[in-house]
Write a protein that binds this ligand. Structure first.
Ligand code: ADP
Ligand code: DP6
Ligand code: CO
Length: 346
């Protein structure tokens, strides 16, 4: 019997939100309470890599992540089901192909579930691989969104906005490119890995508790974020780094403020994160204008934005600051540093 065995491998990068997504209006469909804006990195740096192989003669789907067999989550299975349904609708795969089992293997080249956007790279990668596997055409950000919200922004390169949309079924909650990476090629990101530990509160669980208990979140989502998205889009369009930097830092701080306003509170930052924040403000004061901006997702690890000309000075500052500090074992603190540029396309 001729078996249809196929293999597809894809890579997808992380994206870093400069206006954060935190809170859903629909848990099932992953519709966010507010729009968000992010920067997609190049796959040369932090990326997921996923391979899909047909499971000959079987209907079973298996998934391994970073070398470990995983139990399939509802969201993972949903991503596969939505891609199969789309392939059926587009008539791009045979019924036999659509029914065949899959062996899916993925690995991230950076710590998973540590606040470095692994769910974003991971689900963008899974759905892109499925898209190629089933030969689907067109935008899949609406499917990616239903795997992990932030992931829909990794479908595009450069500066990306995820619209919350207005349709109750989430059909217009999609990602759109604001500007390609080539619009601002001087933009650089330094990634400081303070801790590679798996976070105690996943983003999904954390934002659900915030949405249920924080009154501040409602004001943020309804009033502050819409204003901020407009200001951020203008700053990106005008390549105004000082504006971009201030809004980025303020939004990161506000996101962590709503985490603290959650009841019981959630702490994603640690003392090293705080030292990084202080270091950036002292440096910016010395420069007389915002020259570096920090942003922290749901974890203690820092993303520092700066322009190409400042990278060496900022890198020197980081080394100098952290060689003065010691960790809880009495050893010098040395955050792992990666320098990244933006990607133009996936
Ligand atoms: P992070 O801050 O790293 O995005 P999250 O709590 O949002 O952390 O999500 C982590 C989860 O994302 C993992 O436990 C796993 O279920 C999923 N994930 C991470 N990487 C991948 C991947 N490469 N492929 C599929 N799913 C992934
Ligand atoms: C702090 O996209 O990981 O990184 O949609 O439940 O999978 P789920 O959550 P996730 O949340 C990301 C939160 C954030 C901010 C952001 O990326 O916008
Ligand atoms: Co995530």
């Amino acid at each position: 019997m001729a078996e249809n065995t196929r293999t597809v491998t894809c890579e997808a990068p992380v994206n870093i939100a400069v206006i954060k997504y935190w809170g859903k209006s629909n848990e099932e469909l992953i519709i966010p309470l507010n729009d968000s804006i992010s920067v997609t990195l190049s796959t040369e740096h932090l990326r997921a890599r996923t391979t899909i192989r047909s499971n000959s003669g079987s209907r079973e789907i298996t998934f391994s992540l970073d070398g470990k067999e995983e139990v399939l989550t509802k969201r993972f299975l949903r991503a596969v089901e939505l891609c199969r349904a789309e392939a059926k609708r587009q008539n791009t795969s045979t019924a036999e192909e659509l029914a065949q089992g899959l062996s899916i293997v993925s690995e991230n080249n950076f710590p998973t579930a540590a606040g470095l956007a692994s769910s974003a790279a991971g689900f963008a990668c899974l759905v892109t691989a499925l898209k190629h596997y089933y030969r689907i055409t067109g935008d899949v950000s609406g499917i990616v969104r239903q795997g992990s919200g932030s992931a829909c922004r990794s479908v595009f390169g450069g500066f990306v906005r995820w619209l919350k949309g207005t349709a109750p079924d989430g059909s217009d909650s999609i990602a759109q490119q604001v500007k390609p990476a080539s619009h601002w090629p001087e933009m650089r990101v330094l990634i400081l890995v303070v801790s590679d530990h798996k976070k105690e509160t996943s983003s999904t669980h954390g934002m659900k508790t915030t949405a249920e208990t924080s009154r501040l979140l409602k004001y943020r989502a309804d009033v502050l974020v819409p204003q901020r998205c407009a200001e951020m889009t203008a700053a990106i369009t005008a390549k105004n780094f000082a504006e971009f930097a201030e809004i980025t830092m303020r939004d990161s701080n506000q996101f962590h403020a709503v985490c603290l306003d959650t009841y019981p509170p959630i702490f994603y930052l640690n003392s090293v994160s705080q030292a990084i924040i202080e270091m950036v403000h002292i440096y910016n004061q010395y420069k007389g204008t915002p020259t570096v901006a920090y942003s922290f997702d749901a974890g203690p690890n820092a993303f520092l934005f700066t322009l190409e000309d400042n990278v060496n000075e900022v890198a020197g500052l980081i080394s100098a600051t952290f060689s003065e500090m010691i960790d809880f074992r009495g050893l010098p603190l040395q955050p792992i540093r990666t320098e990244a540029s933006l990607a133009d396309r996936l």
